[in-house]
Ligand binder design. Structure first.
Ligand SMILES: [Zn+2]
Length: 447
């Protein structure tokens, strides 16, 4: 029944011992190969089980025989093998090995529901998201989504609580349900869930169930951003978490609340670029297959193209100059420590007071952002920056330096922080007016 693809292809009909149907071979749309061995067989178009019997095998596929084999193998779904087959179907569906058809989606729901009814929290969440966001074949159904999230098995699940809040917010528009939504987000945030915290920020921004307070929203988003960004960088993209959504919010908030100036437009563009970059990683997470990723991508795309034309940024290769250094490291304009961690810097001084820095971060890679070239990507190993603006290192005698972090002051001084305390820090200061030796500044952020 497995490794029988060639027999299936020369068969007129095949039979499935699980559901007991026999069907013309032409009805088969999906194929299955064992992840370990690559033994190819077909998936039953009626029930999604792999391992079917082709008539060319010489075995009988009449109703009585299929029923008898099915009883032995699957015992009306009670045998462990039946559970394994269902799990195989679900992972084939998630990995998009099988076609995205209405029938496969219905089988997905049926088997997920089985796992959910046995208290499977992942299955409950996924079905909730299926109904919350809808699919190509099914419209969103917020009431049903809510009932899955509200399952007892998810009672202390901060993500499910955040999603319950969303269902309330998107569903009935009355004041009461908006207040209830706010309560769900507050409860979720109290369970330390970042979605709950982010949606709580949305409530303050847009006045959902609470008095509007955009400043409070901004503080919540920024408070979340640093750890989420750090997690994304250190996981080399494996953990995008809420970074795409959060960047979208930060970009929109900057556009909406700040004065129109180049500085905030560049910051907003930086967030949007980072969000779009992280979104590509989030698209690999099957939990978010039924989720608003496409909408987030569209919104980020629009913001990027609008802002790019305003500031004159165009797609190009990164230039490793001081702008890119700031884009890559300076999270938000000023007085923030960087999110990219510890590493080693070595520097060379040119005849004309130009400098090049070679950075090698302890994690082994660096997230390089060049806003004016609309560029974001991970780069491995050494990254070399060339600063055209003259500047000074202080103290001068050290050419290679291990730092625990880097901070940038609003005046443009870059400070490589030493493990041994401020006395051992290394500073780089741009000398834009050519006025001579700089004085060392205090650590940014500690003022
Ligand atoms: Zn079947």
């Amino acid at each position: 029944m497995s490794n029988n693809a060639s027999k299936i292809l020369v068969s007129q009909r095949c039979g499935c011992p699980n559901c007991g149907f026999s069907f013309p071979t032409s009805e088969i749309q999906d194929w299955y190969s064992q992840p370990s061995g690559g033994k190819m067989t077909a998936i039953c178009p009626h029930c999604g089980f792999h391992d079917i019997i082709p008539d060319a095998s010489g075995l009988s596929i009449d109703d009585a025989t299929l029923k008898e084999i099915g009883k032995k193998l699957f015992d009306d779904g009670k045998s462990p093998l039946a559970g394994e087959m269902q799990a195989d179907f679900l992972s084939a569906f998630d990995d998009r090995i099988i076609n995205d058809t209405e029938r496969n989606e219905a089988i997905f729901l049926q088997y997920s529901d089985g796992f959910a009814s046995r208290g499977g929290t992942y299955a409950l969440t996924r079905i909730g998201m299926f109904y919350e966001f809808g699919t190509r074949f099914a419209k969103p159904d917020l009431k049903t989504a809510f009932s899955y999230y509200a399952n007892d098995a998810l009672a202390t699940d901060g993500f499910a609580l955040a999603r319950m809040g969303k269902c309330l917010e998107k569903g009935e528009k009355g004041e009461d349900s908006l207040r209830e939504a706010f309560q769900c987000y507050a409860h979720s945030a109290a369970l330390n869930n970042d979605y709950g915290k982010m949606y709580l920020g949305d409530c303050y921004w847009h006045g959902i169930g609470v008095e509007p307070n955009p400043d409070a929203a901004g503080s919540i988003y920024i408070g979340l951003f640093h750890s989420v960004y750090e997690m994304f960088v250190f996981s080399h993209g494996d953990n995008p978490h809420i970074l795409p959504e959060l960047c979208l919010r930060l970009a929109k908030l900057l556009i909406e609340t700040k004065q129109k100036d180049d500085e905030s437009e560049l910051s907003a563009l930086r967030y949007a670029l980072l969000g779009r970059f992280a979104l590509a990683y989030k698209q690999n997470d099957t939990l978010f297959r039924f989720y608003e990723l496409d909408d987030i991508g569209r919104e980020l795309g629009t913001i990027i193209s609008d802002l790019a034309s305003q500031v004159g940024a165009v797609i190009g290769n990164p230039v490793y100059d001081e702008d890119t250094f700031y884009d890559s490291f300076d999270a938000f304009g000023n007085m923030f420590y960087l999110n990219q961690g510890a590493g080693q810097v070595s520097f060379q001084e040119g005849d004309d007071h130009s400098h090049s820095l070679t950075l090698n971060l302890a994690c082994g890679w660096m997230l390089v952002i060049d806003v004016m070239n609309l560029y974001v990507d991970f780069e491995e190993g050494n990254v070399n920056f060339q600063f055209a603006t003259p500047g000074y290192f202080y103290p001068k005698k050290r050419k290679t330096f291990f730092f625990v972090n880097v901070s940038i002051s609003s005046g443009g001084t870059i400070c490589f922080l030493s493990e041994s305390g401020p006395d051992r820090d290394l500073y780089f200061e741009f000398d834009e007016d050519g006025s001579g030796e700089p004085l060392p500044k205090g650590r940014a952020g500690e003022a």
